[in-house]
Design a protein around this ligand. Structure first.
Ligand SMILES: [Zn+2]
Length: 348
């Protein structure tokens, strides 16, 4: 049995809401073991996935040339044409998609809403889905967090690839860091135990949010900038701040954020660098499956079961089972559990 896995980032609702746009596989029932699909129930079983951060990326297709150019520049290749328009309504659409998926597959999947849901993950045979919003644009104001909390959201990423009123993005032209509203939002997230996610944030936003956050936070999907310089990756100063915060970084399958020849081996390079420089407690996994748009998957990581070859690669390169289990499961669970202690029943 492979080690249990927490995947800190999969854009499953995007796949259904946008009918597979940008992906090589079309929408089909999640219980099918569909060839080439990044994940589904049978694949989760084989990879021993226990918990998925089921992300909501409130993106809408656009013809805005400016946004296309910004994303292409940021990723170093065509990503797709997206903007965040009507982000609140789009988010509701994604929540409906997750609710439908969870209802349809209640024997295999379960929503994660309470501390006891978190504690039962290891005994419950089902895969937990923890809903997370990718970019705070759906929150027109800070206190809107409560609305989404009541709808089941338990993690919030402050920015996607666009600047917003809470903070600057990693693809910003002008890194203005965390705004006053952004600081209030981080504090409110801490109060609710909504896990703060600094993926896609600018360096200054990341450092200032980690300073403001009293709870362990995550960078759900990013790699090490010292191994591969890329807008989406974290430099050593950011990794050090994350370590001090008690948080974790989910190493990710985003091809240009890995290397020129992305593979299991080159992803392991990132893990080993972070392991050797910052220790074993900061590492986790955030594949970004279903969000790898208009791009070829890294070699050996065509779907979630590729994670098993990653564990083999890490063993070959000297990591022990204990460290692999930390990376796969325990580190991420430590952050989830700490925040989940603050989760209260959604209805007063
Ligand atoms: Zn992302």
């Amino acid at each position: 049995m492979p080690p249990p896995l927490v995947d800190l980032h999969e854009d499953i609702s995007l796949y259904y809401v946008q009918a597979g746009a940008g992906l090589k596989f079309k929408p089909a029932d999640f219980s099918q073991d569909m060839r080439g699909r990044h994940g589904d129930i049978p694949k989760y079983r084989r990879a021993n996935v226990r918990l998925v951060f089921s992300s909501i990326a409130p993106l809408t297709p656009t013809i805005s040339q400016m946004r296309v150019e910004q994303l292409t520049r940021g990723y170093g290749g065509f990503y797709g044409a997206y903007r965040m328009r009507s982000a609140t309504l789009t988010t509701l659409e994604h929540i409906v998609a997750y609710n439908n998926l969870l209802k349809k597959h209640r024997q295999d999947l379960r929503p994660i809403l309470t501390l006891s849901d978190v504690e039962n993950l290891e005994v419950d045979g089902r895969v937990g889905f923890l809903m997370a919003i990718e970019g705070a644009e759906p929150l027109e104001d800070v206190e809107d967090l409560e609305i989404f909390y009541r709808l089941g959201v338990r993690s919030l990423q402050l920015t996607w690839n666009f600047d917003n009123k809470y903070g600057a993005t990693c693809m910003s032209k002008k890194d203005y860091g965390l705004t006053g509203d952004g600081e209030d939002l981080v504090k409110l997230c801490n109060e609710y135990g909504v896990i703060v996610d600094l993926s896609h944030a600018s360096k200054r936003t990341t450092l200032e949010a980690l300073e403001a956050s009293k709870m362990p936070s995550i960078v759900s999907h990013a790699n090490a900038a010292s191994v591969r310089k890329h807008a989406r990756n974290l430099d050593d100063e950011e990794l050090e701040a994350l370590k001090k915060n008690g948080g974790v970084v989910g190493v990710t399958c985003i091809p240009p954020a890995i290397s020129d020849k992305p593979s299991v081996k080159s992803l392991a390079d990132h893990i080993l660098y972070i392991y050797e420089s910052f220790g074993p407690d900061i590492l986790a996994v955030g594949t970004d499956y279903f969000g790898l748009l208009n791009v070829d998957e890294p070699e050996g990581l065509g779907d979630i079961t590729g994670i098993l070859t990653l564990w083999d690669e890490l063993r070959r390169r000297g990591l022990g089972e204990r460290d692999i289990e930390k990376i796969a499961y325990h580190n991420a669970m430590r952050v989830v559990r700490e925040n989940a202690k603050r989760w209260v029943p959604a209805t007063p």
